[in-house]
Ligand binder design. Structure first.
Ligand code: SF4
Length: 550
C-alpha cells in the first residue's frame, strides 16, 4: 500500500526528498490539500441549499459567500455563467470571480435520460419563465438552463421537485446524473431493463453526505445496450450474458476524457441487476477513500485506475468495500458504431420510438413545449434525452409516426436530419462557460448549415464534436473530427478563435474494431472562420479515399 502514498521525486533531489501523500482519506490524509477540499471540509456542500432558500434568494447575489458561490453551489446544479463580452484570450488571465455574471447556469438531472410529459412541460415552462427560453440537452442526458437569477431558484426547485425532477448533485464532486440507455424498457434488443437499479441508486444515495464528498466528479452509466458512451465514464455497467448465470452486467471503470483522456477498462466482473446499487455504492466509497485529493487535475478515478490497474481496483473493491468476491463474467457484445436512435424504430411491443435531432442539443422552452404538445396529441407521454444530445419520443403507434414527425419538424426537431445535423455535438462554450476560449453552439449551428449546403451530394457519415476548451465536455477525443477550442494565429498576425483538431477518434466499436482517441497532430489547427473549409476537405478526401466497407 505504501506506493499509494508517494508522488515522484523531483529530478536530482531523490535523497532529500520526502514522500508526499496524494490526499487519500484511506491513508489518513484528512487535512485539505487545496481550496476545493477545504471548502468541502468546512461545511457539507449539501447544506448550501438551506442558505439559498433562506438567505441568498432573499438578499440577492451580493449576499452570497464566495465559498458557496464558487464551491458548494455546484452540488445544487448551479454555476455562475460567464459575464458577456469577455473574450477567450482573457479566460486564463482573469481570476474566476472576474468572469462571474450574476446569472446562473442550472443543470436539471434526468437520470437515465427519462422524462414524462409533465416533467417535459415543467422544464419548458421554467425555461420560458425563469431562463430566457434557454434549454440545452447535454451529452449526459441533462437539461441545462441559463440566465437563472438566485432570487428564482427556490421557486424553480419547488416546481421541478413537484414532478420528481432535481438539480441535486447535478454538478460538484459527487455522483452526477446516471446515464442510461435512452430506449431502456422499450428496445427490442434489450434483455434486462436496469431502470429499477438506476432509481434505487438515486433514491438511496443521492443527497447522502457520505456519498457527496468525493475527490472529484463521478460519472456513471447503467445500461443493457452499449448506447451510452460507457467508455468515458468513471464506472459503467453494460449488459452481457453469463453462460451459466444468464443476463447481467459487465463492470467497466476508470474512463474519462478532459486533458488526460483514458478509456474505461473491464474489471472482468459480472453483476446481476439486483446487485448494481450495492456495487455502484462500493465503487463510490472506494473512490472517496482512495481517490487523490491533492491535485484536482489528478483527482478523477481514472488516475487511480492508471496507477493501480483494473485487477487491483477489483481486489480492493471486493476485499475492503464489498466483503465478497465478484463473479467473473464475459465481455459484452459491442456494436460497430455508436447508436444515437435518430429516426423511427420498432419497440418490442410493436409501437415505435422516434428520435429527433436538435443541432448540438440546442432547444428552447418554446420548442420543448411545442414538442410536448405534439407528443401528447399523438398518444405518447414519455420522452428520453440521449447522450448524443437528441430527444426521443416513445410509445408511438405505427400509424401515428408520420404525423408526429411532421409536428415535431414544426417545433424545429427533425427525425430525418442530414448526417451532419445528426452527427454534430457541441459543449456550452464561451456564450456561458467561464472556462471557454471559443464559441461553440452557435458555431456548430452555422457549421452544420454551411456543410449541409456544400456537401449535399456527398454520402459520408462523419461526427464533429465542437469543444470550447481542453476540458472536452463534448468528447473531443472520440469524434471523427474532434475540435478543441483555442486561440490560433489569424491571417493578419493577431490571434483569433480556432481549434486544434483530433482526427479519427471513435467509441463503441465492435466487430474487431477498437475504440480509440483521435490523432492529435501538433500543427493540425484551423481558425474558426476556416472551419467549414477544413471539414469539407476532410469529408471529400475521405469520400474519395475510403476503402470498401469503411
Ligand atoms: Fe466549458 Fe470547456 Fe466544457 Fe466546453 S469543454 S463546456 S468550454 S469547460
Amino acid at each position: 500500500m505504501a506506493d499509494l502514498n508517494v508522488g515522484s521525486a523531483p529530478p536530482g533531489r531523490a535523497a532529500a526528498w520526502q514522500p508526499q501523500g496524494e490526499g487519500q482519506w484511506a491513508l489518513g490524509h484528512r487535512e485539505p490539500l487545496n481550496d476545493n477540499e477545504r471548502i468541502k471540509r468546512d461545511d457539507d456542500p449539501l447544506n448550501v441549499r438551506e442558505r439559498i432558500e433562506t438567505t441568498y434568494s432573499r438578499r440577492g447575489f451580493a449576499s452570497i459567500d464566495p465559498d458557496d458561490l464558487h464551491g458548494r453551489f455546484r452540488w445544487m446544479g448551479l454555476y455562475t455563467q460567464r459575464r458577456p463580452g469577455i473574450d477567450g484570450g482573457r479566460t486564463a488571465v482573469l481570476e474566476p470571480h472576474e468572469l462571474d455574471d450574476e446569472y446562473f447556469m442550472m443543470r436539471i438531472r434526468a437520470d437515465g435520460g427519462q422524462l414524462d410529459l409533465a416533467q417535459l412541460r415543467t422544464v419548458a415552462r421554467i425555461s420560458r419563465t425563469y431562463a430566457r427560453d434557454t434549454a440545452d440537452i447535454t451529452d449526459r442526458q441533462n437539461i441545462q438552463l441559463h440566465w437563472v437569477r438566485i432570487e428564482d431558484v427556490p421557486a424553480i426547485w419547488e416546481q421541478i421537485e413537484a414532478v420528481g425532477l432535481s438539480t441535486m448533485e447535478a454538478c460538484g464532486d459527487c455522483p452526477r446524473v446516471i446515464c442510461g440507455s435512452p430506449v431502456a424498457g422499450v428496445a427490442e434488443a434489450e434483455i434486462v431493463d436496469p431502470t429499477p437499479a438506476i432509481r434505487e441508486i438515486v433514491d438511496t444515495y443521492l443527497g447522502d453526505p457520505d456519498y457527496a464528498n468525493l475527490p472529484r466528479k463521478f460519472k456513471s452509466s447503467v445500461a443493457w445496450l452499449p448506447d451510452t458512451p460507457y467508455q468515458t465514464n468513471d464506472l459503467a455497467f453494460v449488459g452481457t450474458i453469463h453462460p451459466d448465470l444468464g443476463p447481467g452486467f459487465d463492470l467497466w471503470g476508470g474512463g474519462g476524457l478532459s486533458t488526460n483522456p483514458r478509456l474505461a477498462e473491464r474489471l472482468g466482473a459480472w453483476v446481476p441487476m439486483h446487485e448494481i446499487p450495492e456495487v455502484w455504492a462500493a465503487v463510490v466509497r472506494l473512490f472517496r477513500e482512495y481517490g487523490y485529493r491533492r491535485l484536482r487535475s489528478r483527482a478523477r478515478l481514472k488516475f487511480l485506475f492508471a496507477d493501480w490497474g483494473a485487477a487491483r481496483v477489483r481486489e480492493t473493491l471486493e476485499d475492503e468495500f464489498l466483503g465478497r468476491p465478484l463473479v467473473d463474467g464475459p465481455a459484452p457484445e459491442l456494436p460497430d458504431r455508436p447508436i444515437d436512435h435518430v429516426g423511427v424504430h420498432r419497440q418490442w411491443d410493436g409501437n415505435r420510438y422516434v428520435g429527433v435531432a436538435p443541432i448540438a442539443g440546442r432547444t428552447s422552452g418554446t420548442s420543448l413545449d411545442r414538442a410536448a404538445d405534439a407528443v401528447e396529441a399523438h398518444g405518447s407521454h414519455r420522452v428520453r434525452l440521449t447522450p448524443y444530445q437528441k430527444l426521443l419520443v416513445l410509445d408511438v403507434a405505427p400509424e401515428r409516426t408520420e404525423p408526429l414527425i411532421a409536428a415535431l419538424r414544426e417545433a424545429g426537431l427533425s427525425a430525418r436530419p442530414t448526417t451532419w445535423r445528426r452527427n454534430t455535438m457541441a459543449c456550452t462554450g464561451i456564450e456561458f462557460c467561464k472556462l471557454a476560449i471559443v464559441e461553440t453552439k452557435a458555431r456548430a449551428v452555422s457549421l452544420v448549415g454551411e456543410i449541409e449546403r456544400r456537401l449535399a451530394d456527398l454520402d459520408v457519415d462523419i461526427s464533429v464534436n465542437v469543444n470550447g476548451c481542453p476540458n472536452a465536455c463534448a468528447r473531443t477525443q472520440v469524434a471523427d473530427i474532434g475540435l478543441k477550442g483555442q486561440l490560433v494565429p489569424g491571417p493578419d498576425g493577431t490571434t483569433v478563435e480556432g481549434f486544434q483538431i483530433h482526427l479519427g477518434g471513435g467509441l463503441a466499436l465492435g466487430r474487431g474494431q477498437r475504440s480509440d482517441f483521435g490523432l492529435k497532430l501538433r500543427g493540425l489547427k484551423t481558425s474558426a472562420s476556416e472551419l467549414p473549409d477544413y471539414v469539407e476537405r476532410v469529408a471529400r478526401n475521405y469520400a474519395t479515399q475510403r476503402t470498401e466497407g469503411e
